[in-house]
Design a protein. Sequence first.
Lengths: 301, 314
Amino acid sequence: MSLPEIDDSSSKTSADNVKAEVSSLPAAEAKSLTIKEMREVAKRLRRHIISMIGKAGSGHPGGSLSSVEIATSLYFKVLRHKPSDPQWPDRDRFILSKGHAAPLLYATLAECGYFPTDELLTLRQMDSHLQGHTDRTLTPGVEMTAGALGQGLSFAIGIALAARLNSQKHRVYVLMGDGECDEGQVWEAAMSAAHYKTDNLVAIVDNNGLQIDGWNCDVMNLDPFTEKWQAFGWNVIEVDGHDLTRLIDALNRAKLVKGQPTVIIAHTIKGKGVSFMENNADFHGKAPNAEEVEIALKELE
Amino acid sequence: MPQMISTREAYGKALLELGRENPDVVVLDADLSKSTMTHFFGSEFPDRFFDCGIAEQNMVGIAAGFAASGKIPFASTFAVFVPGRCFDQIRMSVALSRLNVKLVGTHSGISVGEDGTSHQSIEDLALIGSLPGLTVIVPADAVETTQAVRAAASTHGPFYIRLCRPRTPSVYDQDYRFTLGKAVTMSQGRDATIIAIGIMVPAAIEAAENLKREGIDCRVLNMSTLKPIDEDAIIKAATDTGAIVTAEDHLKHGGLGSQVAQVIAGHHPVPMEFVAIKDTYAQSGKGPELLQRYGLTAGDIEQAVKTVVKRKNG
């Protein structure tokens, strides 16, 4: 699928309007960084991901690296959250449905201050709170236990509906993989989110084009992907998933959509930032060896 | 003649009461609300009732999300679909997540009758009973169902409540008090113990009465909390009576009988017989006809007791 230019109509919904819209909400303590600072964060996240998976000797680098800018734009600009109070009732929720991108979420949470960054290197080790796939009962800031694909959107709908029942203003963001959209439950959930008009829910698809056995179009064709979401009743925004400015703009535009959920299809590159991992399905679930870790970290300096 | 009422009807009415008392209770269904009886709740509390359509996996996921936000979701459909259709969703989004989700499967077992094998949930206890930390309740009648629903609502953690379609005789009167995790002694006896769940409890009581006339004195236990199972009551039954028969409208493998056998094998081995479905699927037919054909009547329990007592004395 091609990557369209960002819709210029977005200028009608300026960032100022969005600020005004959310200003009545209780204050969060999340860091808000400049784009330049966020690029540095993104680089640090990528270095963490490589180091963590390299040390663990197993894990999923490809889909963690492709989602780095998505996580960065959320946690360092858009989400209202309090690292010192992970259970803050009014926090925006981030649901990682593609649980194999756990290293990315852990690195992001640590950079936000949910727990010390030096704990990251305990990933996948016995008695670590950083499990191979996310576990909501163990890690501060992790909202969902994930790993079996296709379940996060349903979970997010429950949270979005509960917020509505409670008249709470927080929003729910769920990150899915494109390959994950092979799962039938995703489409059950997609149908129901539109039915329930959960406009406090935003799905983000890390559309890196690859799944374990190869390119999506060869394994199980998802196209016409955009049209599928539209047909299911969603507001669809497509962006370059590595462009922080456009991601933030898309996430802010989604806040203004009423009466229907929004999906942001973020076009990304699997393994982004490490030359020999980019667009390489082999690094979906394979750890880099010591030499590869060294090369990767050098590329990410 | 005892009152005849289905456990699913009792469930529907219990949910309605619960909804009136607790605004955090939400109810989900999968296009079967008139059969599961959740429509009582749905009619009075439309804002807290979510018909998810014929999409059980999504329903369980949404329920988990509600629980993660502090709600008390009851998600219901036929037992063949929950847990059958969505085991992985229950495993990861509910049990592994330790979320406060109440799953209720109605129309369980072969007593559902004419709908046939695709609708006869005879594996649900094996599936859901395997999940760590998930409480399983199989009420014996309408009175116990009402109280089990209230116990589930007021006890944090994932629950599965197994209900059935037909009207069944009440074994309790209104002053009965259900205690989570405790077997209920329906009658005392010294020759053998019949441990039963669900619709097999009235059958066990009937069998014990018939056996008494033949001089065989049976203890009858209602093991309505199947998990965590009341090990003390089982060990005591094995010690006191020296012979055990289990009775369930479920496969022999992975249900009540398997659990009881594990307990006595580990603590006090005694002869045991299993009144259950023997590694087969059933067929369409009237509920009572099926129970008879597949060996789930009071008469089958009586025969099993005679066999086990013979082994004990042999």
